[in-house]
Design a protein around this ligand. Structure first.
Ligand code: SF4
Ligand code: SF4
Length: 432
């Protein structure tokens, strides 16, 4: 793609690398075939290629974005299916991340949108606030259909209520969710507890600890770690996301420099994709760049790490599992086969649905901020999953689990819960 940046624009050190990315696009349009929003709308502006042209124009001219520019960027799920498809290796992620951050600092959104985004940025990254929000959501759940019809804030509020689990999961049973005895096992890892997953489904990390302990891995929960920053980063709130990233780097570096870590284990693939990018996110911070790169290099999705272990599945279950590949796992982290291979090793019959590369519509806060598109994508995903006639649906990302569960009566669980069950752990809560 030809670019026409005035020399004064290229004096901004952030722009030359982005210009290089733009130039690598040969506008072939292959990416449109796997873009969920293009699939639903058929509109070129809602495709990766259309968005690249739009971002190119914003970058070249330096003009302030308008509502017409903001719409297609907001509608992008950051699923990165376009990057998997692109034969020219266009790094679309950097383009859309830059566009989102620019929009947040230069565009004044309508009041309802501003309020919804501010509420999410306040609520989600804090475990305590999110837990309280979930309790409120259970009370407000019956009002979701009425709220849906209220213009402005009604849509996001109704989406939030619909996504909240119907019942409180409660705390895990004593002994289920705590680090193992320090130094007792040959390997040692830190487990991210993060933000939203813990209040929504504490059984996922409990299953992870049991699975890893049985395989000879000590699991520590370092003090001071929390939200990885991806929820804020996804909304274009760059600086607050970096504050969260630095806090996590500090927490993990204390462990790395102390008793040492073999890996930092993440059970929510959206968070894993972001933490693996910490080296890039903090590259301009001299106090953190090297530490962030070290943390990123140590970070592994639980399926990636479990595939290296000598796991014993003493209690295989002959269930049919429809495996849903979270975008952040398959496109963001390029982990496609490890979860399915582990499930097969554990005795499950694994089936892959059609359109496995297409997003379920979860995408961080997307299903709250863009409920219509998210629901269309969820229904398409649920229909494809149902066609393989599963006993249970498995995925490796809490956002996908909540999104898919809101549209089906088939049990939806984390992959690691099934692995733990087949290894001697309790039956997953979603199957009880
Ligand atoms: S597939 Fe890649 S090169 Fe082709 S239009 Fe899309 S981003 Fe550009
Ligand atoms: S990230 Fe996903 S939604 Fe966004 S342009 Fe790429 S394929 Fe489309």
């Amino acid at each position: 793609m030809q670019t026409h940046f005035p020399p004064e624009r290229l004096a901004d050190p952030r722009l030359p690398p982005l210009e290089k990315i733009l130039r690598s696009c040969v506008h072939c349009g292959f990416c449109t075939a796997t873009c969920p929003t293009y699939l639903i709308t058929g509109d070129e502006r809602e495709s990766p290629r259309g968005r690249i042209y739009l971002i190119k124009d914003l970058l070249e001219t330096g003009r302030a974005p308008t509502a017409e520019d903001v719409g297609p960027i907001d509608h992008c799920l950051s699923c990165l299916a376009c990057m998997t498809t692109c034969p020219s290796g266009v790094d679309y992620r950097r383009l859309v991340d830059h566009a989102r951050a620019t929009i947040e600092t230069t565009y004044r959104r309508p009041l309802a949108d501003r309020l919804a985004r501010a509420a999410l940025a306040w609520l989600l990254p804090s475990r305590a606030r999110f837990r309280a929000g979930l309790a409120l959501a259970r009370v407000g759940r019956p009002f979701a259909p009425v709220l849906k019809r209220v213009p402005g804030l009604g849509g996001p509020l109704a989406a939030m209520l619909a996504l909240a689990p119907k019942r409180a999961r409660g705390a895990p049973a004593p002994g289920e969710f705590k680090p193992s005895t320090p130094g007792a096992k040959p390997r040692r890892v830190a487990l991210l507890t993060g933000c939203a997953q813990d209040p929504l489904a504490p059984e996922i990390n409990a299953a992870t600890i049991r699975l890893l302990n049985r395989a000879g891995v000590d699991v520590v929960l370092p003090q001071g770690e929390g939200c990885c920053g991806s929820l804020l980063h996804h909304m274009g709130h760059e600086e607050p996301a970096l504050v969260q990233a630095r806090a996590n780097v500090d927490a993990w570096m204390r462990e790395i420099d102390g008793a040492g870590l073999d890996a930092i284990i993440v059970t929510t693939s959206g968070c894993g994709a972001t933490i693996k990018d910490y080296g890039h996110m903090l590259r301009e911070d001299p106090a953190y760049a090297a530490k962030a790169a070290r943390v990123a290099a140590l970070t592994k999705d639980v399926s990636e790490y479990a595939a290296e272990l000598d796991l014993v599945f003493a209690d295989p279950k002959p269930l049919i599992v429809a495996y849903h590949a979270a975008c952040s796992l398959q496109h963001g982290q390029k982990i496609l086969d490890a979860p399915k291979a582990l499930l097969r090793r554990a005795g499950f019959q694994v089936r892959t649905p059609s359109e496995a590369h297409i997003c379920c519509g979860s995408a961080g806060t997307y299903n709250i901020l863009q409920p219509q598109m998210a629901t269309a994508l969820r229904d398409r995903k649920v229909a494809n999953l149902a066609r393989v006639k599963p006993d249970v649906i498995a995925a490796g990302n809490i956002g996908c689990l909540a999104q898919i569960a809101s549209g089906t009566s088939t049990p939806v669980v984390h992959t690691v819960e099934l692995l733990d069950w087949a290894g001697g752990g309790p039956k997953p809560a979603g199957l009880r």
